[in-house]
Design a binder for this molecule. Structure first.
Ligand SMILES: O=P(O)(O)OC[C@H]1O[C@H](OP(=O)(O)OP(=O)(O)O)[C@H](O)[C@@H]1O
Ligand SMILES: Nc1ncnc2[nH]cnc12
Length: 176
């Protein structure tokens, strides 16, 4: 069975979480499978070994983004929910499938590297609001987002189109 199918089989659906009508894709069951988790990390690491930085979105994006960054021995940059980063930040507000939020990035996250190649990582793209905000922040501090990688894409919410309209490639392993 191919990797995408095995990942699909390992993800658990939780109906009506966190709100009625949402089918929540629970990745903890995938993380529990050490072999499969490691294969997912290797899959993305191999494709993006030439980037300069990996950016991950709090909080589930940290799990995959940090593991990919460590595997390819590149720096990891956290995009965090408002008020969590200690140094000077810039922020973007956004809407998501079940609410509103705001994320931030440290202004010096790419140090003095000019126009670094950046891979954006999150576990899931739904409306694309979170990833769009992340891309805007990365670009504002000089990053060149070569791709946005997701484990899961909820195609019926058209988030990937929103990201492609920004000129960024979308790479999702499994689609629903
Ligand atoms: O495409 P969108 O509609 O913007 O939704 C996708 C985002 O929603 C989830 O995060 P959430 O904000 O629930 O945070 P968490 O990872 O801390 O649970 C998911 O991990 C993505 O970051
Ligand atoms: N349906 C969903 N399952 C898990 N994470 C999500 N983030 C946004 N929508 C989601």
């Amino acid at each position: 069975m191919d990797l995408a199918q095995r990942v699909k089989n390992s993800i658990r659906d939780i109906p009506d979480y966190p709100k009625k009508g949402i089918i929540f894709k629970d990745i903890t069951t995938l993380l529990n499978d050490g072999e499969l988790f490691s294969e997912v990390i290797d899959y993305f690491a191999k494709k993006y070994e030439n980037v300069d930085f990996v950016c991950g979105i709090e909080s589930r994006g940290f799990i995959f983004g940090a593991a990919i960054a460590a595997k390819i021995k590149k720096g990891f940059v956290p995009l965090r929910k408002k008020g969590k980063l200690p140094y000077t930040t810039i922020a973007e507000k956004y809407a998501l499938e079940y609410g509103f939020d705001e994320i931030e990035i440290h202004i010096d996250a790419f140090k003095d590297i000019k126009n670094p190649k950046v891979l954006l990582v999150d576990d899931l793209i739904a409306t694309g609001g979170t990833a769009e905000a992340a891309i805007k922040l990365i670009q504002k501090i000089g990053g060149d987002v070569v791709a946005a990688a997701f484990l899961i894409e909820l195609t019926f919410l058209d988030g990937a189109d929103k990201i492609r309209e920004l000129g960024v490639d979308v790479d999702s392993l499994v689609k629903y």
